[in-house]
Ligand binder design. Structure first.
Ligand SMILES: Cc1cc2nc3c(=O)[nH]c(=O)nc-3n(C[C@H](O)[C@H](O)[C@H](O)COP(=O)(O)OP(=O)(O)OC[C@H]3O[C@@H](n4cnc5c(N)ncnc54)[C@H](O)[C@@H]3O)c2cc1C
Length: 453
């Protein structure tokens, strides 16, 4: 008598969940609660072999494959796909000699920061250490050290990738330069990354934090900011955000329920040097709170103070070629303190420096030539869920006269394939599509931001 054919559960080490199994909701819960993932099946992968089996099983059953780590970049309900969750792939190995880290697909930045700090090293993480390493890095990855060290993707040394055929591949600049180029900036379009190795930088402390100005000073702060950034060295990375803060008791009293302007600063240098650079901004208006001081890199989240609790959000980004006075006026007209608009945040991040130069090993990161990145974020709940896409789009549209090409991929927000493809010039778009078509001709993978065709 023949033994019954093994089921998917028999073939993978991690859990296989489907249907109305109550564990599905906990398995797919992520940061952005605007979307409730409804995959056909979830594989809680523990290793590359689990991912490979899940991909082969999905293709054998004519299903697409999606992947989720933290849900910070969740842009759809992933309906009908085989969803690979990666949180069990949580290994972190830091090598202080080669100044590098090798981490599993489910690792968040906080784990790398903690593991690297004892060696006086830091990763090119972003504004929130709760974000996943892989999704962030494949999308470029712009953080508080960006002007000095560039995008996180620029520091990737190798990647372990499960392809559409279920093959586990080591990808680096020597063995597979074209795929290595495409992966670093083209995000999840080429397969599922199961492990990533990247360089760390020698940063133990910095002069950084945030200054909160009252809404009444918004015009003065933004106009001062746009000229101040031209005076900054590459060691200084900054951004400024218009925040409409909720009246939550956990917020400090001066900020609770207020419209505030949040200047964020990360300076790699001494406190004296940093304070001298910051002096012109400190002189613009009396702050509600000034939290800029010398700090360990491990406290990097205190610069942006991003929310950490899951919330329903919609975001839309753009890049700007320049920020002249008229652009600041336009931004204030659409999102400033005198406008009644239910946005949570409109943020302008200063680019340039190492961000503006090609990576040592060229990558597909789009948006390098921009001077600023713009991001509008709003709540995607209740009646606002209907209007938030057009409210955030209106911010981007108002800034169109100064816009660059598209957005940084990590800040694009939910977008169809044509909009994703428009981030690259014709030559790079053709290269990316060629890699994708060679590697995944049947479009097995269904990433958050998918390339067309
Ligand atoms: C609060 C907050 C702060 C942020 N700050 C920054 C910032 O400072 N700088 C910045 O550049 N971005 C920032 N982002 C954007 C963030 O980098 C992207 O949303 C990123 O995609 C999140 O990755 P994740 O794995 O955490 O999220 P997930 O939602 O789990 O994944 C999002 C997408 O990443 C891809 N992906 C994830 N894992 C894999 C994998 N193993 N293999 C292949 N593809 C994979 C897939 O396309 C997936 O759809 C922020 C987002 C939030 C919500």
């Amino acid at each position: 008598m023949n033994a019954p054919a093994p089921t998917l559960t028999d073939l993978v080490t991690g859990p296989v969940l489907e249907g109305d199994d109550p564990r599905v909701a906990a398995e797919v819960a992520g940061f952005n609660t605007a979307h409730t993932p409804r995959p056909a099946l979830v594989v809680g992968a523990t290793c590359a072999a689990d991912v490979a089996v899940a991909v082969r099983w999905a293709t054998a059953h004519g299903l697409r494959v999606s992947v989720q780590s933290t849900g910070h970049g969740l842009t759809s309900d992933l309906a009908g796909s085989v969803l690979v969750t990666t949180r069990r792939m949580s290994g972190v190995v830091v090598d202080p000699v080669s100044r590098s880290a090798r981490v599993g697909a489910g690792v968040r930045w906080a784990q790398v920061i903690e593991a690297a700090a004892p060696f006086g090293l830091a990763p090119l993480s972003g504004s929130s250490s709760a974000v996943g390493v892989v999704g962030y890095t494949l999308g470029g990855g712009l953080g508080p050290l960006a002007r000095r060290y560039g995008f996180a993707a620029d520091h990737v040394r190798s990647v372990q990738l499960v392809t559409a055929t279920g093959e586990v591949r080591h990808v680096d600049a020597i063995g597979d330069p074209e795929l290595f180029w495409a992966l670093r900036g083209g995000k999840g379009n080429f397969g599922i990354v199961t492990e990533i190795e990247f360089g760390l930088v020698p940063v133990a402390t910095l002069y950084g934090g945030g200054i909160f100005f009252p809404g009444a000073a918004a015009a003065d702060v933004l106009h001062a900011y746009r000229t101040w950034v031209d005076t900054l060295p590459e060691e200084t990375t900054t951004s400024v955000a218009l925040l409409r803060l909720p009246p939550l008791p956990e917020l400090p009293e001066p900020l609770r329920g207020q419209f505030v302007v949040h200047l964020r600063v990360a300076h790699l240098g001494t406190a004296d040097e940093g304070a001298a650079l910051l002096a012109p901004m400190r002189a613009v208006a009396a702050p509600l709170m000034d939290l800029v001081a010398e700090m360990p890199f491990a406290a990097v989240d205190s610069i942006h103070m991003d929310p950490t609790e899951p919330m329903p959000v919609w975001d839309r980004g753009a890049t700007l070629r320049e920020l002249p006075a008229e652009a600041v006026d336009a931004l204030l007209a659409v999102a400033g303190p005198d406008v009644q608009v239910p946005l949570i945040m409109v943020e302008v991040r200063h680019l340039g420096g190492a961000v503006g130069r090609p990576a040592r090993v060229p990558s597909a990161v789009a948006g390098r030539d921009a001077a600023f990145s713009l991001l509008a974020v709003g709540p995607m709940a209740g009646p606002l869920a209907e209007t938030m896409p057009s409210i955030t789009q209106a911010v981007v549209d108002r800034m169109a006269p100064w816009a660059g090409r598209g957005a940084l991929l990590n800040f694009l927000g939910q977008a169809g394939p044509e909009r994703v493809a428009a981030l690259w010039d014709d030559a790079d778009r053709a290269r990316l599509l060629a890699v994708r078509r060679a590697l995944d001709p049947d479009r097995v993978f269904s990433p958050g931001q998918a390339l067309p065709g």
